[in-house]
Design a protein around this ligand. Sequence first.
Ligand code: 4AD
Ligand code: MG
Length: 431
Amino acid sequence: MEKIQIKDSKQHVGETVKIGAWVANKRSSGKIAFLQLRDGSAFFQGVVVKSEVEEEVFLLAKNLNQESSVWVTGTIQEDARSKFGYEIHVSSIELIGESHDYPITPKEHGTEFLMDNRHLWLRSSKQHAVMQVRNEIIRATYEFYNKEGFIKIDPPILTGTAAENTTDLFSTKYFDRDAYLTQSGQLYMEAGAMAFGKVFSFGPTFRAEKSKTRRHLIEFWMIEPEMAFMDQDESLEVQEKYVAYLVQSVLDNCSQSLDVLERDKTLLENYTKLPYPRVSYDEAITLLQDNGFDVKWGADFGSPEETFIARQFDRPVFILNYPKAIKPFYMKPHPDRPEIVLCADMIAPEGYGEIVGGSEREDHYDLLLEEIKKFGLTVADYEWYLDLRRYGSVPHSGFGLGLERTVTWIAGTEHIREAIPFPRLLNRIYP
Ligand code: 4AD
Ligand code: MG
């Protein structure tokens, strides 16, 4: 008898198969028991009819507790009434592991309780759907960059220098000296671009930010492409093509998960249409001021400002050329206006905020050295980075996409904590 996964039921209609599963839920009457089964790949229904199975099988089915694990044998059948479309007509059940008083019941639970039980909460159908979307975004990312001729380079996680700023670094001892957990692999990716042309990274990133919002994690995953011989405008084209590709891939391959999440697919379809609008920082300031925001040129945007700007469009929008003073040292100034930089943030619709940040990099040795000093950084720590401008410097651009922000937006979940299996938040490192 073949052992199958629930997600492959379609290929086994009419066959007798064996499935290892957990009992997510159950209801029964005197004559029939319906088991909501999950095996990690999907959820479907097991039907146990008293008159068709041995007495102890029906008794076992009736008394199974939530999250008990079982071997189920039966015949796969079509089930037009369920969204999944298939069910198993059970002939026998074997108990593997009992479960008593499973803490997460079908009733409503508070967020803190669910977060304390994150290791179990992951088993629920909504969390299953979010993780399917996350997995698809990961898969499509590798596919996209491979198709586009990038190679994956892995920057270090332990670093000796700050990549973005010096305020939200996690420090640790590196034997007898200080080191930091990476904030961004970008500087190393620039070395990668000079060695391999078009590169991307995909790894964990750490920010000791004291932010407690629905968009901030302490530990998150970032995809950072870096491209030699590319200016900022060309980089924007890669960014929008990539993000549209992610949305399309989720639409194509996670339809059922989107249904579980009750995500509006027509909204998502809009997000695959290119190009994405481009608004300059200057225009954004005027737009905000005209609409009653008390914001002056030079200020950074918070979530109300970003959300307002995003509302003007039906798809993600780029905000271009922020003031130099609010951006990191490595961004290249605009050739005609040194007070702004060649950069952009991509703002997701529906209030999800910034999902991509990127820029053209300062490629001139003297100017970069000046910025490193102005920012109060130790030049000796950046000698290797300056080398990239000493030996055949070229124009280059890159960006970083936050995986969890993107998952939150595409899945349409409310808070970023559900977009990563075990979120690290300001007040939480358990479980
Ligand atoms: O805008 P950020 O800070 O840019 C960089 O780190 C650049 N070095 C990237 C590059 O050019 N290679 O971060 C990039 C993205 C943000 O747009 C956001 O999506 C995500 O990373 N991000 C966070 N996601 C979750 N929690 C946080 N605390 C985040 N901080 C940034
Ligand atoms: Mg940013």
